[in-house]
Design a protein around this ligand. Structure first.
Ligand code: ATP
Ligand code: MG
Length: 194
């Protein structure tokens, strides 16, 4: 699962655990983006901080890992480079990229999206009861060989977002129960998002 993870929250963790269960995944790697090409204007916390929070968040799940591969790679973070690296590191494994349905809708703006879609499976988290019409219309233009690599999965905690958590911290509102306590403590101790 790739993302900015500024900060990582229960939406990400619940979606990843759901994907792990549904697709019988052996391991889930959370890979914070080093330099997110889609968020150039947005002020993003430094990558060591986002990586640290990701490590704290995955500690309690034996299937979950955090990887610094994108933050250690110079230049913008492209998913295709990450998937290629994962395939090289795990040549005998099938790779699933876990993402939100919002991100899947934008996949054609990603670098080498068609190659990417043919290379690995995508698991897209959608809100329960979410209308899939827009998604399906978008995907209709795709050849079948790509479409079959995309699966949708209901994610019960989709209302949680990093943007909302950052805003809450800034406004002095509680963030408890939206993310792991260890991450909450780290945010407060380091005065993030003030
Ligand atoms: P921001 O508000 O800063 O955009 P975010 O909460 O969307 O942050 P990202 O780091 O951008 O978090 O998301 C990483 C991935 O997780 C993306 O594919 C995104 O679609 C997905 N995602 C984000 N929030 C949720 C959620 N609550 N449930 C399931 N997937 C989510
Ligand atoms: Mg987002």
């Amino acid at each position: 699962m790739g993302g900015t993870f500024d900060p990582i929250h229960y939406g990400h963790l619940v979606a990843a655990e759901g994907a792990r269960y549904s697709f019988n995944l052996e391991k889930v790697f959370f890979i914070p983006a080093g330099n997110p090409p889609h968020k150039p204007d947005h002020i993003v916390s430094g990558s060591p901080v986002r990586y640290k929070m990701t490590c704290l968040a995955v500690a309690s799940n034996p299937y979950f890992y955090s990887s610094p591969m994108e933050i250690e790679r110079p230049g913008p973070s492209y998913t295709i480079d990450t998937v290629r690296t994962m395939m090289r590191l795990h040549p005998d494994k099938r790779i699933y990229f876990i993402t939100g349905a919002d991100a899947i809708l934008e996949i054609f703006t990603w670098k080498d999206s068609r190659i990417l879609l043919s290379m690995c499976n995508f698991v897209a988290a959608t809100r329960p009861g979410y209308c899939l019409t827009a998604l399906n219309e978008k995907l209709d233009s795709l050849p079948n060989e790509f479409k079959q690599n995309i699966s949708f999965m209901e994610a019960p905690a989709l209302a949680i977002s990093s943007t909302d958590i950052r805003r809450r911290v800034r406004e002095g509102k509680p963030i408890k129960y939206l993310l792991p306590e260890s991450v909450e403590d780290y945010i407060l101790e380091n005065n993030l998002y003030q």
